[in-house]
Design a protein around this ligand. Sequence first.
Ligand code: ATP
Length: 389
Amino acid sequence: MTGADALIADAGTPVVDSPSVALRNVTKRFDTFTAVDDLSLELGQGEFFTFLGPSGCGKTTTLRMIAGFEQPTQGEVLIEGVNVAGTAPHKRPTNTVFQSYALFPHMSVEKNVAFGLKRKKVDKDEIAERVAAELTRVGLAREANRRPSQLSGGMQQRVALARALVNLPKVLLLDEPLGALDLKLRKGLQIELKQIQREVGITFVYVTHDQEEALTMSDRIAVMNRGRVEQVATPEEVYDRPTTSFVAGFIGVSNLMPAKVSGPGRVKLDSGPEVPADTGDLAAGEGCAAVVRPEKLRVELAGDTPPTLDSPAVEGVVESSVYLGTATQLVVGVGEGVRMTVLVPNADESLRQSLPGGGARVVLSWEPQHMHVVIDKDEEGEREAVDGE
Ligand code: ATP
């Protein structure tokens, strides 16, 4: 029996304890261009897992290899413990939802959703029952007889979702499914999608370049850059504890101060003071960047008290102050082209009125636990290459 046969035979029974999806040293090359570079990952059963990264980083290619639309140049894709090499997309226990909906325009909503079950020759009554249940789940029971062109973008994407879920896939693959919708609709559907995922309990593999979307919905996020995964972690971890400067910049505002590790738990900022920071496993003398998120920074007019190890701080000059509605955003230059963004909530009007304006000399301070260091992965790679020579 081939791997593919085993998969079909076992389609209803997941291999106990195996990851939902496993990628083992997966590489994809298009001619000489490496789109995905030696990727290894395991996705848990029922996990909402997101590939996040800028355009061209390889996230769609990774999803397409799980779906079977692309074959890895090297490495293996396993779904529920079964190597799916050579298994056609429609024989895999996966379904894909695309940004473009890809609905059949000449069919009604109901027929679109029933399509896969009809092809599998499922009993008529069962099809009717399952299609009705999925349309109810996505809130479209009353639109069953309409054509896709008579629906809004958000409704069409709900049809696409129902059409995928009705096949009871083990893994649902979603490629920028909300990308064509306007912001308000997208935000509403993010919450709905997450609720549906909890309800159906299957693994969702989601691709997006929108960091907020990834943070809102995912159990874990893989942040990709140039074909490689830079960090895999929960939304809280990638935001609060990014491990590379790329991740720190891609998730949220890039608030990085160049520094050097001066000892365990201490860095010397290029702009002056030595301050406490989570230095991870970096050794003394190593170059790095120190991160503090904008909402963790306090801003005061510069006084006479010099920064100390107990209350870390740097001095700078306010370059701009912008009212954003819920918060005010200050950009503070702290020397040699380094700018730190500070977000001050606008809850207190008198505090807002007293914020320093453009040109003011200020002190930025933060709690010691809110600073940690990141490295530049590319520089690290170059360093390793040099060390290995
Ligand atoms: P986007 O959000 O823009 O789709 P992505 O992260 O999903 O970005 P991929 O679509 O995976 O990126 O593409 C990764 C890289 O591989 C890109 O540089 C792309 O041009 C290249 N690529 C993808 N498919 C092919 C192909 N069939 N032939 C040649 N190059 C390809």
